[in-house]
Write a protein that binds this ligand. Structure first.
Ligand code: EPU
Length: 465
């Protein structure tokens, strides 16, 4: 298993492009099942979860059509519509496999998807997905650990569906119902729909395929079903969570980063709280207007696509911070609130604020496995239920720590870059699920971070798990 060895104390400085979004690309890939035509997706990040989804689509009869496969581009077409089974072996490595359920039952009339179990961040039921598909007429049973869904003889039928649950709406549940409704007869209204930008991205691609959808981005989405969807060529939105992570990486190292292809409009809550903490995110056009001096930046990656113009979802922004970080009180919420997927990274940052911060987790109340690991690095944290009080310390200290889930791992990497001495982050395969070659990109910005095989480390440097 790979680990990261990080020498803390280096400032990050330079320019980096934000990749395409994992959480947008996964349901977009699943939605390719909705048509018999060819679909090309661009700016797909090179991640373990994406490879799992593409592997699942291959099992479901989708074949890559790319003449010469190249980075970030997938051209897919259905060649065998008879396969409808997402096996446990794939689902257990990637929960987003559930987002093939809606497309399969709508297009092929039948789906068999292994029921995803719990994971490191909590229980994660799928009752809302099933409630939505049942409302459209699907018959759903559980058989041998698999969800088995059948559409009625004449196909799914539009309905009004309420997708609110105890913790708000559901992102992938909204994706499933929206995809299914796109091919249902009649009109579907999703009430309490997820408003996340990834849902807007999916709706935008479905519309390009011929779907009739309005209201996406609001809690009420209205879908008039159509008989068929066609192929399209679509670029995945930029990854707001990667962008937020890089902003916090700049802040925690007292650095100065420019992010290209930054989906600023999708990050308003994040930039608001960062600003309160003393971290400033400024669109570069604004910088030019205010005649501030932009330092000569080393370009470390491709620049943004000029054909997108001044798209607020693909801006260039500069991230700088005050010398002293201020404490803040933050609660994670569904979009447009502060995202749960940046909670661990923000906690790492607030460990170094001058005073007491409070983080409350409202989406996944147990998403706190990083708390004990940050404490090993000298953080002063007190958890009560779904709230953590963070009493800022002057300095974190390097230590061996254990990555437990994707975003917790990112928080530990950030903490390691700020800490005094060496931090060893074990089990970075969690990180590889959601960040493309993060260590290379951080190193090109000035971090001291190496990927090594844990077998090459002394036993004292590993945390047993
Ligand atoms: N929930 C239910 N019933 C359901 C579905 C969800 O009670 O049927 C609950 C969940 O347990 C949770 C809340 O509703 O408390 C929200 O869960 P949601 O369904 O929105 O999560 P998801 O769609 O499974 C996506 C992202 C997650 C992200 C969440 C919340 C993908 C592939 N995953 O998951 O991303 O945390 O939305 O924004 O899009 C990550 O990238 O690290 C990650 C975990």
């Amino acid at each position: 298993m790979d680990t990261f060895v990080i020498e803390g104390g280096r400032r990050l400085f330079g320019r980096v492009r934000v990749n395409g979004s994992k959480n947008a690309a996964l349901p977009l890939l699943a939605a390719t099942l909705l048509t018999d035509d060819v679909i090309t997706l661009r700016d797909v990040p090179d991640l373990a979860d994406i490879r799992s989804m593409v592997g699942l689509l291959a099992e479901l009869g989708m074949t890559r059509q790319d003449e010469t496969p190249k980075g970030g581009v997938y051209t897919l077409k259905t060649t065998d519509p008879s396969a409808c089974h997402a096996r446990y072996e794939i689902v257990r490595t990637m929960r987003a496999s559930i987002s093939t359920l809606g497309p399969l039952v709508a297009k092929r009339g039948h789906a068999r998807i292994s029921l995803p179990g719990g994971c490191a961040i909590g229980e994660r039921p799928v009752d809302l997905h099933l409630r939505g598909l049942r409302a459209l007429g699907a018959t759903i049973t559980l058989n041998g650990g698999d969800i088995v869904a059948e559409a009625p003889a004449g196909g799914l039928v539009g309905a009004t569906v309420f997708l609110g649950g105890a913790f708000g709406s559901t992102v992938l549940g909204t994706a499933n119902v929206m995809c299914a409704a796109a091919l249902a007869r009649g009109t579907t209204i999703i009430e309490s729909a997820a408003c996340e930008p990834e849902i807007v991205d999916l709706a935008t691609m479905l519309i390009a395929m011929g779907a009739k959808i309005r209201g996406h981005g609001s809690p009420r989405i209205i879908i008039d079903g159509v008989e068929e969807l066609r192929g399209t060529d679509y670029s995945v939105m930029a990854d707001r969570i990667e962008a937020g992570t890089l902003m916090m990486a700049a802040a925690i190292t007292n650095g100065d980063l420019t992010l290209d292809n930054c989906p600023l409009d999708a990050l308003l809550a994040t930039t608001y709280f960062l600003d309160m903490a003393g971290v400033h995110v400024q669109p570069l056009a604004n910088l030019a207007q205010s005649r501030q001096k932009v330092p000569a930046l080393s370009v470390t990656s491709a620049t943004s696509d000029p054909s997108r113009g001044d798209d607020p979802q693909r801006r260039s922004v500069r991230v700088t911070c005050d010398r002293v970080l201020r404490p803040v009180e933050v609660t994670t919420q569904p979009h447009p609130g502060f995202p749960t997927d940046l909670q661990a990274q923000l906690m790492a940052l607030l460990c170094l604020a001058d005073g007491n911060s409070i983080i409350t987790e409202r989406i996944f109340p147990d998403r706190f496995l990083h708390v004990a690991e940050l404490s090993r690095m000298g953080a002063n944290l007190m958890r009560t239920g779904s709230t953590v009080v963070i009493s800022g310390v002057r300095q974190l200290k390097g230590a061996p720590v254990m990555a437990s889930d994707l975003r917790a791992s990112a928080g530990l990497v950030l903490a390691g870059m700020a800490a005094e001495g060496t931090t060893i982050v074990n089990r970075v395969y969690h990180l590889d699920r959601g960040y493309e070659r993060l260590e290379d990109r951080l190193r090109s910005l000035g971090a001291s971070i190496q990927r090594v095989d844990e077998k090459t480390l002394a036993p004292s440097e590993l945390v047993s798990g």
